[in-house]
Design a protein around this ligand. Structure first.
Ligand SMILES: O=C(O)CCC(=O)C(=O)O
Length: 336
């Protein structure tokens, strides 16, 4: 029901269905505010150094910010602006796009999985399939009018960046540069445009509770003015402070499996605040449904036996969506 969207009205109190039990609350005062995640400058001409920094970030944090990543600033600003315009559409216009069916390839929805969950999250989101663009763009919102063009350009740029990062991540694991891109097959690309309205009681709820990403690689554009992303490191939540014009990169479960557990798909969450709404645009590169996933042969040996069995993305994705977001790491169910 489109009435469940939270971006269509101003809220003065937090409805009961969003209130987490005492034990599940975000404990915002315990978050480390200034630890931050590694930052990698992709314009550094010393490629070996960049590859080494990326490898170190993938094993220590599973997260890093990239600077000078090649995405034109005007493309990023336009995407953020059209996302804001989208969430300002009238409730009637939004209701036309609303669905709570996770199988729908284009949907405006709310929380995470409203059909299954018992406590909701303070997030509305637009979910889009983005590859091949010519197949999916005709289903995308026609309003605001520049939406399709602006987001298509953004998606193409993000895809290229993703492939550049794959080459560097492959190299950092001692694999052929094109290993990851090849082994994951013709990749799907999805996007979540996340909108977190101002929340009357941010200490009682989440924008998104702790989760790992089921896909291979996520490229996140954050609101530069409003922080909210937090990453779990050694049992503590650390705040990710957005750098100007940076993008946040995180490894999804498939790269943890491919690296045979050397690299981490790390728990992260989005918290909300009572002062300002927040937007983030997450792009997900996802393996082709048909390929065999699991640890790279070259990373399996006597001293490092395969940690995960082989499976298909179809199998993995179904398992991921059949659970609650903050249950155990989904990869645990694929251990050898
Ligand atoms: O909004 C954020 O900062 C995080 C978004 C996220 O984790 C997701 O869309 O999966």
């Amino acid at each position: 029901m489109a009435e469940q969207l939270i971006s269509t009205a101003v809220h003065h109190t937090l409805p009961e269905s969003y209130v987490r039990s005492e034990a599940e609350r975000p404990r915002l005062d315990e978050v480390v505010p200034d630890a931050d995640i590694p930052v990698v400058d992709l314009a550094n001409p010393d490629r070996a150094a960049v590859v080494a920094q990326i490898g170190a970030a993938c094993s220590s944090h599973g997260f890093f910010q990239v600077l000078n990543h090649g995405l034109p600033l005007e493309v990023m600003l336009a995407a953020m602006a059209v996302a804001h315009e989208f969430f300002r559409l009238s409730p009637e216009e939004k209701a036309k796009l609303y669905s709570d069916d996770p199988a729908k390839k284009m949907r405006l929805s709310t929380s995470f999985n409203v059909r299954k969950e018992t406590v909701h999250n303070w997030r509305d989101y637009l979910r889009l399939h983005c590859h091949p663009l010519e197949q999916f763009v005709p289903e995308w919102p026609a309003n605001p009018p520049p939406f399709r063009d602006v987001m298509s350009t953004y998606c193409k740029e993000v895809r290229q960046l993703g492939f550049r990062l794959y080459a560097m991540i492959s190299a950092s694991l001692g694999l052929e540069q094109d290993y990851i891109k090849k082994v994951l097959g013709e990749q799907e690309q999805h996007m979540a445009v996340n909108f977190y309205p101002k929340c009357p009681s941010p200490e009682l709820t989440y924008g998104l509770p702790a989760h790992t990403d089921p896909n291979a690689l996520t490229i996140l554009m954050m609101d530069e003015q409003v922080a909210g992303l937090q990453v779990l490191k050694e049992g503590r939540w650390i705040a990710v402070n957005p750098r100007p014009n940076a993008l946040v990169i995180n490894l999804g479960d498939q790269l943890q499996a491919l690296s045979n557990g050397r690299y981490k798909s790390v728990w992260h969450r989005a918290v909300v605040n009572s002062d300002r709404p927040r937007m983030s645009i997450a792009s997900f590169l996802c393996p082709c449904n048909c390929v065999k996933l699991g640890p790279a042969e070259k990373l399996i040996g006597e001293k490092s036996p395969a940690v995960y069995r082989n499976y298909t993305y179809d199998e993995y994705y179904k398992k991921f969506w059949s659970r609650n977001l903050d249950q155990e790491h989904c990869l645990e169910l694929f251990r050898t």
